[in-house]
Write a new protein. Structure first.
Length: 247
């Protein structure tokens, strides 16, 4: 069953066509990857789904509701929450208070919000940093904090924009395990990512954009063998490496 349905989505900025007639589904309980070269239109598509932009044409359906053009707070309250490519912590607040802000999206009682924030903090292994200022964290920890704050909203769909970019090898492995654990908790994920070695082993399906157009969609094994995707994005050498990771 599709939790998110994107139908014929087009986004123009004047004469610039950023997304053109894009359609795909995100199945409930899955991890769907969204990949493509820089400028392919991935973040614009995220912005249209999450409510930052109203698409020029097409529809976005989430959990049975047409959310096309809804403001971000309404989309988030329905259960579709995103993180950002450039992390946006509340720098002068503690790590815990950053997560608590997310909990208040759905919780109105302070005790309940504190419990939700505490759970999200532990889930993302941030207990040791709870009292530190968010602005003093490393980039890897800031990305984990963004994830914890988003989880505190208790989402149905979590949209992650390059959450694994810039991480070390060890941090990448931790992030991959964390995303699999989130999926196991029943949260659906839509993940924009350039780190293919991290995304391909955990994704159930991958959607590929190039020049604002969807050029491929399917299981990771099919995507890495697609001549069109290799030519537009992966390259032969990179494709061979990804095939080896899937075997």
């Amino acid at each position: 069953m599709a939790l998110l349905e994107v139908r014929g989505l087009t986004m123009k900025f004047g004469s610039l066509l950023a997304n053109h007639d894009i359609s795909f589904d995100v199945e409930e309980g899955s991890i769907t990857g969204l990949i493509g070269p820089n400028g392919a239109g991935k973040t614009t598509l995220f912005n249209c789904i999450s409510g930052a932009y109203k698409p020029t044409a097409g529809k976005v359906l989430f959990a049975g509701s047409d959310i096309t053009g809804w403001p971000p707070y309404r989309v988030a309250r329905l259960g579709a929450v995103r993180t950002f490519q450039v992390v946006r912590p509340l720098n002068d607040m503690s790590v815990f208070d950053n997560v608590l802000v997310g909990a208040f999206l759905r919780e109105r009682d302070l005790t309940s919000a504190l419990d939700v924030a505490e759970c999200s903090l532990r889930f993302c292994h941030l207990e040791d940093y709870r009292d530190k200022l968010a602005g003093n964290l490393t980039i890897g920890l800031k990305k984990r904090l963004e994830l914890a704050r988003a989880l505190a909203t208790q989402p149905k769909l979590l949209m992650l924009d390059e959450v694994m970019a810039g991480l070390s090898g060890a941090e990448l492995k931790e992030a991959m395990e964390l995303l699999k654990e989130i999926k196991a908790q029943g949260v659906t994920l839509l993940v924009v990512e350039h780190v293919m070695e991290a995304l391909m082993p955990i994704a159930d399906k991958v959607v590929v954009l190039d020049g604002g157009v969807k050029i491929a969609e399917g299981p990771p094994r099919e995507i890495v063998e697609s001549e069109r995707v290799i030519a537009a994005y992966l390259g032969e050498k990179f494709s061979r490496r990804l095939k080896e990771l899937k075997t």
